[in-house]
Design a protein around this ligand. Structure first.
Ligand code: FAD
Length: 477
């Protein structure tokens, strides 16, 4: 099918050359479209981010599915490290490894800067893609189908693109323009938690400071510290804590207080306090927010996608994965609509908007699980019950994180199943000593009854784990 628009230079204009914008450009170019990507910043391969630091992103199954669809998964895997579980660090420096799944699924850690640059390289290899750096979208006018830009020359330019996909992130300028429409709804929730990135280099011999097969977690109530391994043997360590309060960025205001905090509550991080303190005090903590909006599609000409449409707090590691899933969903809608864009965009919004909202809510709830619950004996007990239920009936009881990270089950379905699971776990956790009595006749009978009651309503549609998804490579210990 001829997809090119003969009257215009480009068939699609994407605003934002972040990971979602670049993956989208590759996917659309492979369908035969001419794609222009407008990026406000200079080329990061020529002008690295100031400070040279970058946060880490974890890629899960939804993300890989998008990368596989564009056949760029191998190229991305080169810059990513597999993590098979969480390493929980206690106050005294002791550790406990929680494998994500018995079948040894892994999420993958990559530096955001590396990922962005790799996807830019891959996008620019496509003959139908043109990336224009230093081109900032200032506003869009849906009625006139125009987009106002500031170019590197500083001069304002008005363009008339054939259609616009806005992948310009959590602070989307395109979305800001849409606020003029009274029918457009937008909300933003500021998290009480802020974050700060720090780097722990490898030792002189090149050995990493912590095991590289896990995501490291120091859960400390209102505060949580997460460590991600990098391919060069360094670790990115992120501190998540309130801005104000007893344990907060405001309270850890000088070197003595910070040293004391690490020494008391994170013994095995304290040994790296020199590196941590340097980064901790060099800059200010960054805020975290959730945001959502509707509608995403305007006049069949413009659609919001990725963080511009739905911004998630990072606790579930799903913001980017959800954005990549948007890209595959849009391609499937184009397939079904035979590339009728108005129909495809309408179907895309109908399928994805509620999922975006569900993902936002799931991500907000997950902080409690990571920061508070992972160290709470009641939570550890519920985890043991979950594992038992999953071992007994792997198809009927799948833990929430497994459904989110290792399958492509819709977020709306996961939210519904989560409610049922929570009620079930409440009932089973009320049974005295259940975790040491799995083989007792009464406990076995109870588990069977509860699993039967879950029935088909909690069973996952077969499509959740499509056959091609089973090909995730085996991960070494
Ligand atoms: C601390 C933290 C940790 C995270 N960890 C994870 C994780 O582990 N896993 C995960 O899946 N997600 C994670 N996320 C979320 C993830 O970073 C985002 O979901 C993802 O970056 C969204 O990609 P995007 O391309 O939609 O937006 P962005 O990455 O924000 O890219 C937007 C692009 O648009 C450009 N742009 C902005 N405004 C304009 C304009 N006016 N004109 C032109 N260009 C513009 C920007 O320069 C940028 O290049 C995390 C987020 C944070 C804050």
């Amino acid at each position: 099918m001829a997809r090119r628009n003969a009257d215009r230079t480009f068939d699609v204009t994407i605003v934002g050359a972040g990971p979602v914008g670049t993956l989208l450009a590759i996917l659309l170019a492979r369908r035969g479209y001419g794609v222009e990507v407008l990026e406000a910043r200079p080329d990061p391969r020529v002008n690295p981010l100031p400070g040279g630091r970058s946060i880490n992103l974890t890629l899960a199954e939804r993300g890989w599915r998008g990368l596989r669809a564009a056949a760029v998964d191998d190229a991305v895997r080169e810059i990513a490290l597999p993590l098979e579980g969480r390493m929980i660090h206690d106050e005294g420096g002791g550790t406990r490894f929680q494998r994500y799944t018995p079948r040894r699924d892994a999420i993958f850690s990559a530096s955001r800067a590396e990922l962005t640059m790799r996807l830019l390289d891959l996008a620019e290899r496509e003959p139908r893609v043109a990336v224009r750096f230093g081109h900032r979208c200032v506003a869009v006018d849906v009625a006139r189908r125009t987009i106002a830009l500031r170019t590197p020359a500083g001069s304002p330019v008005e363009a008339r693109p054939a259609r616009v996909l806005a992948a310009d992130g959590a602070f989307s300028a395109v979305r800001r323009s849409l606020l003029k429409d009274p029918a457009f709804r937008f909300y933003q929730r500021l998290s009480p938690i802020s974050y700060r990135e720090m780097r722990v280099p490898p030792s002189r011999s090149g050995a990493p400071a912590y095991a590289t097969c896990a995501l490291h977690l120091w859960p400390r109530g209102d505060c949580m510290i997460v460590g991600f391994p990098n391919v060069d043997g360094s670790f990115t360590v992120s501190v998540f804590m309130p801005s104000q309060g007893e344990v907060s960025f405001a309270a850890l205001c000088d070197r003595d207080t910070l040293d004391l905090f690490f020494a008391r509550s994170c013994g095995d991080l304290a040994v790296n306090v020199e590196h941590l303190a340097h980064d901790f005090f060099n800059g200010t903590p960054a805020p975290l927010l959730s945001s959502g909006c509707a509608p995403w599609v305007h006049d069949g000409w413009l659609a919001l996608i990725g963080d511009a449409a739905h911004t998630l707090v990072p606790f579930l590691g799903q913001g980017l994965n959800a954005g990549f899933e948007d890209c595959t969903a849009l391609m499937a809608c184009l397939d079904r609509a035979d590339d009728d864009w108005a129909a495809a965009l309408a179907a895309f919004e109908a399928e994805r908007l509620d999922n975006g909202e569900a993902a936002i809510a799931l991500a907000e709830r997950h902080f409690d699980e990571l920061a508070r619950a992972a160290r709470d004996p009641g939570f550890v007990r519920r985890k043991a019950i979950e594992e038992r239920l999953h071992a007994l009936a792997p198809d009927r009881f799948v833990p929430l994180y497994t459904m989110v990270a290792f399958e492509c089950h819709p977020y709306t379905e996961i939210a519904r199943i989560r409610e049922r699971h929570e009620a079930l776990l409440d009932r089973l956790a009320a049974v005295p000593d259940i975790e040491s009595r799995w083989d007792d006749v009464d406990v076995r009978a109870l588990l069977e009854v509860e699993l039967d009651a879950l029935g088909d309503a909690a069973a996952r549609p077969a499509a959740a784990r499509a056959p091609e998804l089973l090909g995730t490579p085996a991960v070494a210990e």
